[in-house]
Design a protein. Structure first.
Length: 553
């Protein structure tokens, strides 16, 4: 299947994000400061060059362009709508705070972390691949705001392009027919069934780096499909660009894609696969080297500078198990049938190989976690977050095959409108329960941020307590807003951030003199009657204790 204009646009958009990360990372690596304006110029040049080269060989398909653009635009708008009215990150948990702390460090210094002593403040983030943090900080500078306020737009934009890629991948794999576009859309809708993994990963669980890296992983998958259908140096170059972006954002996703590229290239090296006009062995090997070598080089560079990052492979942590309580059982059943169907189709072999590679890496990560004594195979469970994409595409391709079979029995179904009606009904069935679900209450708010910034400017951070309703709001104020250390001081005491403990401290005399309250009206009467409001921002306020207080720095 020839490249279409929508694919050229999606690939160019992914090149822009990857270029911004790579240029900023390499600038820092050679000792230069990260200059947002210079990074933007180079990234815009990269997207222009990529689009010109790709569009030159692409065929015009207005339907694919319109539908792909509509998917990306509606996804972007929907994700921003979920974050209304403040458009701050909607997730929770310590990961969100740690990511924001690193974004703040980059904005303050316009360089990455190179001093191991900063682990007292940033913890494991000193070794973390900084792709999403660079994008957020850069976007904040480009938009004349800051990384915190630009982060949600960055997440929404990358997920929107990823959704467009899923449509284009499914469309490419569906057999030729009038229903190709409709079932391409079905693949995107099916991703909402495992909502916890496709959207909840960043809107609720705050796996920000993982979510952005999925764009590059899906783009690598698309480049592999293009290469497998018609091997070319250009597809291998795109695979490498996306692979470097994926590694510098969240390297775990690169493993399965590298395995698949090696497997697909290996199949083409078998003599029986070299018919007349086939690509020479030397060309295949060179493509493989072009696709893999840059990823290996950036991995070596990061590993030399941040060897502590490799320890993450054996760490534990919280990840949701993909049980029937989390994902509807029919999704698993259809995925199993679809994979069996895909195994018999030549054009679907990259999908099958990707699922196998994901399973192989999950097994290796499970063994690594057990060897290190981790309580749960954290990263192995994370592999399911990537597996949902080939599963959804496989189901959509199977549905398209069933539809084509049905049209041979019932000719009246051959109308494209009939396929769109079926896909629309599927979409309604999937979206309806999601629309009724309540939005999670964010732990970040603009008013609390304003209170925190006022307190930072007028009061020593060591003198400020936290009267917040959520533990992670207090954690965010302490680490990301005030810049206090993670590995010493009050952060080492969990009671510092525990809401009930904080209320007790302010009912009893002798505590810290100041506190930030996220909702002044929600404070108990015993506290409101014994504090003075020194600054108020909406419901949030900075309050001062009446009477004696504990000494602070």
């Amino acid at each position: 299947m020839p490249l279409v204009g929508a694919e050229a646009a999606a690939a160019s958009a992914a090149v822009f994000f990857a270029a911004a990360i790579v240029v900023a990372y390499l600038s820092d690596s050679i000792g230069l400061p990260i200059v947002p304006a210079a990074v933007l110029i180079v990234s815009l040049a990269a997207i222009a060059f990529a689009f010109r080269r790709l569009h030159r060989s692409a065929v015009r398909d207005r339907a694919a362009a319109a539908i792909g653009g509509a998917i990306a635009a509606s996804t972007f708008a929907w994700l921003l709508w979920l974050a209304r009215p403040e458009f701050l990150p909607t997730g929770s948990g310590p990961d969100l705070v740690h990511h924001l702390a690193l974004i703040g460090y980059i904005e303050q210094h316009w360089r990455l972390v190179h001093d191991v002593r900063l682990s007292e403040y940033l913890g494991e983030m000193i070794d973390y691949t900084p792709g999403v943090h660079l994008l957020a900080a850069l976007a904040g500078a480009w938009l004349r705001t800051d990384g915190l306020h630009a982060l949600e737009a960055v997440l929404a934009a990358t997920v929107a392009v990823k959704a467009g890629f899923v449509f284009l991948i499914a469309r490419r794999l569906v057999s030729s027919g009038s229903a190709r576009d409709a079932f391409g859309v079905a693949a995107v809708l099916l991703l909402l069934v495992p909502y916890v993994y496709s959207v909840g990963s960043f809107t609720e669980q705050s796996y920000l780096a993982q979510a952005v890296s999925e764009l590059f992983a899906v783009a690598m998958w698309w480049a592999l499909l293009v290469w497998d259908e018609r091997p070319s140096r250009g597809a291998a170059v795109l695979f490498a660009i996306f692979g470097v972006g994926a590694f510098l954002t969240w390297p775990v996703w690169t493993g399965p894609l590298l395995l698949v590229f090696a497997a697909v290239a290996g199949v083409r090296l078998v003599p029986d696969n070299h018919r007349s006009g086939a690509r020479p062995v030397s060309g295949t090997l060179l493509d493989l080297a072009v696709g893999i070598a840059p990823i290996a080089a950036i991995a070596a560079l990061h590993g030399i500078r941040h060897p502590g990052g490799f320890r993450m492979a054996g760490t534990g942590g919280f990840a949701i198990w993909p049980t029937a309580d989390v994902i509807r059982p029919w999704f698993y059943a259809l995925a199993a049938i679809a994979i069996l169907f895909a195994a018999r189709q030549r054009r679907m072999r990259v999908v099958v190989l990707l699922l196998i590679a994901i399973a192989v890496q999950a097994a290796v990560l499970t063994a690594t976690a057990r060897a290190s004594g981790a309580a749960a195979p954290y990263l192995a469970l994370k592999m399911f977050y990537l597996a949902i994409y080939p599963m959804a595409v496989a189901i959509a391709v199977l549905a398209a095959a069933v539809w084509q079979l049905a049209t041979t029995r019932v000719p009246r179904l051959r109308s494209p409108a009939a396929a769109w009606i079926v896909v629309s009904l599927i979409g309604v069935a999937i979206v309806r329960p999601l629309a009724a679900a309540p939005r999670p209450k964010p732990v970040l708010s603009e008013t609390v941020l304003q209170a925190g910034e006022w307190a930072k400017a007028h009061v020593p951070p060591a003198c400020v307590d936290y009267l917040t309703q959520d533990v992670y709001t207090a954690y965010w104020l302490h680490l990301a807003v005030f810049g206090q250390p993670r590995a010493s001081g009050r952060a080492m005491d969990d009671e510092t951030f525990e809401p009930r403990k904080a209320l007790v401290r302010w009912i009893l005399p002798g505590g810290l003199p100041y506190a930030i309250a996220d909702d002044l009206d929600a404070l108990p009467r015993d506290i409101r009657g014994n504090v003075d409001v020194v600054a108020q921002f909406g419901r949030a306020a900075v309050v001062k204790r009446r009477g004696a207080s504990a000494p602070c720095g």
